[in-house]
Each structure stands twice: as C-alpha cells, then as structure tokens.
Design a protein around this ligand. Sequence first.
Ligand code: ACO
Length: 324
Amino acid sequence: RRFSRITGTGSYLPPRRVTNADLAAQLAASGVETSDQWIVERTGIRARHFAADGVTSSDLGVEAAKRALESAGVAAGDIDLIIVATSTPDMVFPSAACILQHKLGVAGCPAFDVQAVCSGFVYALTIADSMIKTGAASKALVIGAEVFSRILDFSDRTTCVLFGDGAGAVVLEASDTPGILASDLHADGKHVGILCVPGTVCGGKVIGDPLLKMDGQAVFKLAVGVLEDAARATLEKAGRTAADIDWLIPHQANLRIMQGTARKLKLPAEKLVVTVDEHGNTSAASIPLALDHAVRSGKVRRGDTLMLEGVGGGFTWGAVLLDF
Ligand code: ACO
C-alpha cells in the first residue's frame, strides 16, 4: 500500500513584529480604543507580524517552502505537486500557487490554491495525501500563506487585533508506511455571514465591503463543538484514541478555543502547541507555522502522533491525524 508522510517543515514570518501595545498606540491615533490586557485576556495574543507594503502571500509562502524543502532534503525541481491554502491570494487569478511555483524557479507540476479560510491547511493536506495515495503525485509541497493585514478593518477593534501575516509549509512524500492516518473535512455554508469578506471585484470596481467581518461569539460557540467532533471522527477512522495523541496542533485563533478543545478531548494542557501568543491568527498559515515551530524547538519529534485541526470561514472545519 502507498501512504504519505511529512518529510520536512518550514515557516516564515515577515520581520515586522507588532505587539499589542504597538497596535493599541497605532489604533489610538485614529480614536480606536483597545489594550494589551483586553487582547491577552480574551485571546492569548501578545504580538503578531505584519508584512511590509507590497509583500504578498506567495512572497511569504515561497520562503516557508524553501525551508521545508531544505529540511526534507528535497530539491524544488523534484516537487510534482504544489498546493497553497490561502484566502488572501496575490491576485484574483492566477493562483498564488502558480506565482509561488515560478518564484521557486520550477515549472510543469500542477499548482493550485485551496480556499477554505482557516481550515485551508487541513483541506490542502488531505487533498495532497489523496493525490499521493492514488499515485497522482509523489512529492508535494503543501503551503499555508496569508497576509490578513490586507483585509483588516482597523476601525473595528473586535477583529483587527486578532490577525497576523505569515506562512508555513510541509513536504509530503509517498511512503511505504503511514504518515497521514486519517482525516475528516466538513463545511456548512449557512454560516457564511458570521465570518466573511463580503466584497468582490466587478466591472473594474470593488463591489461591497472588502474587509473582514466577524461575529466573534457565534464563531466561538461553533468552533469548540465542531473541533471536538472532527477530532473524534478522525481518531475513529484511524482506529486510535485521544490518549494516542502526543501533540494537538489546532488552528491558532484564540487560546480559549484551543484550551476548550484540549479539555473536551481530555488532553493535558502540555500537549497543546500554542503559537497564537506570538503569531496571532494567521488563518491557513497558522497550523503549518505552529507545526514548524514545534519541530524546530524540539517539542515534536519523529514518530510522534499529531492531531491537526482547523476551523474557519465557510463555515469549514476538519482534522488530520498523522504519525510524524
Ligand atoms: N479592545 C477592547 N475592547 C474590546 C475589543 C478590543 N479589541 N474588542 C471588543 N471589545 C469590547 C466590546 O466592545 C464589548 O464591550 P461592551 O461589553 O461594552 O459592548 C466587550 O469588549 C466584549 O466583547 P465581546 O465580543 O463579547 O468579547 P468576547 O469575549 O466574545 O471576545 C473575541 C471577542 C475575542 C473575538 C471572541 O469572541 C473570539 O475569539 N471569537 C472567536 C473568533 C475566532 O476564532 N475567529 C477566527 C476563526 S478562523 C477564520 O476563519 C478567520
């Protein structure tokens, strides 16, 4: 049988780090009031990184991809599939994946974007795993890359303090042993209104509001329940139990949602990988960013069992269980 396995990880944060105090000072200048204390207490976020003007998702993604390739010991030219999970692509089309492919200096392999907002990375990883299992690909680059700072409404304190920019990547290769054990993906479009960027481009103009809108409490209530369901479904498919999980690496949106999910799975807090404090919510980039940080800091080791979980706009949600 043919399986897929993560052979390398990488990530990249734009250099500009903005603390809560920096952001509060910037917002105060335009009459918007917030504080480090409010942001830390409600979300666990202490800082985020913002990309400089003109920097795109493919710019961040290609740096993460290069690092993942280096850690896997794979040459860019040997990659035969590129998937970028993003909701903030460089342009309407072509995809960020095509632009990133060219920046990597390669050509020919299929390259496309997956748009599932904060669940984008678990969606993309599941697609790459499926393509490897069917023989359609052997060495895939799966990247989450976002510049959410571009779609934030800095007059809305309920959303603009939550997000950041960044990218994470993995190399996923065909293998005789698993790797990815199981995954479980879902969507329910009736919740489109609770988290969206409703605008679009039409007739050369932006039609509607091009900035992020969120009903935070509605998202919060849905998130904890669906994350537990997806984790349990994935464990069942893999014939494992929550006790087998060495590390829970959820989408990094809010520390309270992440801790709530860990509690529901009866996992001790030490098994939760947390980077939201330093990255904020980087949407599709948050899981591969957290994974790479956990690998490079020596937390996650070869052979560990990881539960990756995403939830976000759509509403979309899902989980991937894997042996690293
Ligand atoms: N600074 C100071 N005060 C604030 C701020 C701020 N940045 N934002 C809101 N407040 C105020 C509100 O105005 C309100 O004041 P009021 O009581 O006088 O009306 C008060 O704080 C409480 O506001 P709530 O919205 O009730 O705060 P809550 O505890 O629900 O926290 C939060 C808000 C952090 C957004 C929370 O609901 C949350 O994390 N939700 C989930 C969000 C999430 O995970 N989103 C990402 C999903 S992934 C994706 O697809 C992008």
